[in-house]
Design a protein around this ligand. Structure first.
Ligand SMILES: Cc1ncc(COP(=O)(O)O)c(C=O)c1O
Length: 367
């Protein structure tokens, strides 16, 4: 079978297994698998199917349109969508049976004013200072939500927040603030069935942050949320392998400048292999002269500047031919570099490495 020039091969069975592993680690908490941003670049619909097969109780997305795409694909598990602009189509969400994350008072009013009974999760800011109601607003938000619930215009199914992952101490403070918010919500007359705070880091590293449900993204894709980037240490397998077919090979003399700005110069006669994938495909330019690439079982470094569509690897005197596969990252247990290795070489995080992979890269699926 001919392989695409640029291919992100996604192992759906790995995603299913990863979800199973995390599910049993966090039980009895339920698991929401986060498939926003096209399933962290892996493909939201196939990932959602694999996650449900692994026992995901919920799916999480940012935009209502992302949730509707999943519903249109026939995915029936509960879905939460949590970030909305003022013109958000809450009516479409309610009609599609999508739970709505509500972040502030006026948004609560807007959701309640939409026809149909919205199932919603109130979001409280417990220290991240991003989305969610500030503490000063909690009382007013909770008592109005209780009133609207009694009137039948909404159902408050969840209360949630998000950790900053700054330090265990900071996260524990957020757990305490979240517990306080939960008590205050109950005192106001609410009885949310699902309290949820932790993403992958909290779910795996801070048991007291698990509450009723954890929202896992990166770990479901087989990557670690922790600084060491060690997937095996948390029992998961990277699902995405990114590769490209070598487009040309040439012998060049010593002293040849390579790619824009000649940031690499050959020191001896050597073979240069051209890898046809670049920053237009989401490959970080910061990985120039640094990031690892595996070709025929050997790992090399990117040589010179990563360009829009291509970069060069100096393979010395090794036998490399047009059409051989250059693997940028995959499962390090198979001897190839990891997304974490690319993140370290590029000064970013594994999340960004996989999520940025662009549309020219063909996703193919194994199950
Ligand atoms: C609100 C929320 N919950 C959960 C997650 C999943 O996080 P992670 O990929 O670290 O598991 C995210 C991702 O950014 C998020 O924004």
């Amino acid at each position: 079978m001919t392989r695409a020039l640029r291919e992100a091969r996604v192992d759906l069975a790995a995603i299913t297994r990863n979800v199973e592993v995390i599910r049993s680690a966090v039980a009895p908490a339920k698991v929401m698998v986060v498939v926003k941003a096209n399933g962290y670049g892996h493909g939201a619909i196939p990932v959602a199917g694999a996650a449900v097969a692994g026992g995901a109780d919920w799916l999480g997305v940012v935009d209502i349109s992302e949730a509707i795409t999943l519903r249109d694909a026939g995915i029936e598990v509960p879905i939460l969508s949590w970030l909305h602009d003022p013109g958000a189509s809450f009516g479409d969400a309610i009609a599609a049976g999508i739970d709505i994350g509500v972040n502030y008072f006026d948004q609560l009013e807007a959701v309640a004013a939409t026809s149909g009974t919205a199932s919603l999760h109130l979001k409280v800011d417990t220290g991240l200072s991003r989305n969610g109601a500030s503490e000063a607003e909690w009382e007013r938000l909770f008592s109005r939500a209780a009133e609207l619930e009694r009137a039948g215009s909404i159902r408050v199914r969840g209360l949630f927040s998000h950790l900053a992952n700054t330090s265990t101490r900071d996260d524990e403070e957020q757990v305490a603030r979240f517990t306080d918010a939960l008590e205050r919500a109950r005192a106001a007359g609410l009885d949310p069935e699902l309290a949820h705070l932790a993403a992958s880091g909290g779910a795996l590293g801070l048991p007291q942050a698990r509450f009723d449900l954890v929202r896992i993204g990166i770990s479901a894709y087989g990557l670690s949320p922790f600084d060491d980037g060690d997937s095996a240490a948390i029992g998961v397998t990277p699902a995405m392998e990114l590769s490209a077919g070598i487009a040309s090979v040439k012998r060049v003399p010593a002293g040849s400048g390579v790619s824009y700005g000649y940031r690499y110069t050959t020191t001896a006669e050597t073979t240069l292999a051209l890898v046809p994938i670049g920053y237009a495909d989401g490959i970080p330019r910061h990985g120039s002269n640094a990031a690892p690439v595996s070709i025929n079982g050997r790992t090399y470094r990117v040589c010179g500047t990563i360009a829009m569509d291509q970069f060069v690897v100096d393979v010395g005197d090794d036998a490399v031919a047009v059409g051989d596969r250059a693997v940028l990252f995959g499962d390090p247990a198979t001897g190839v570099p990891s997304a974490h290795d690319w993140a370290v070489a590029s000064g970013t995080i594994n999340y960004e490495i996989v999520t940025r992979i662009g549309n020219r890269v063909v996703r193919s699926y194994e199950s």
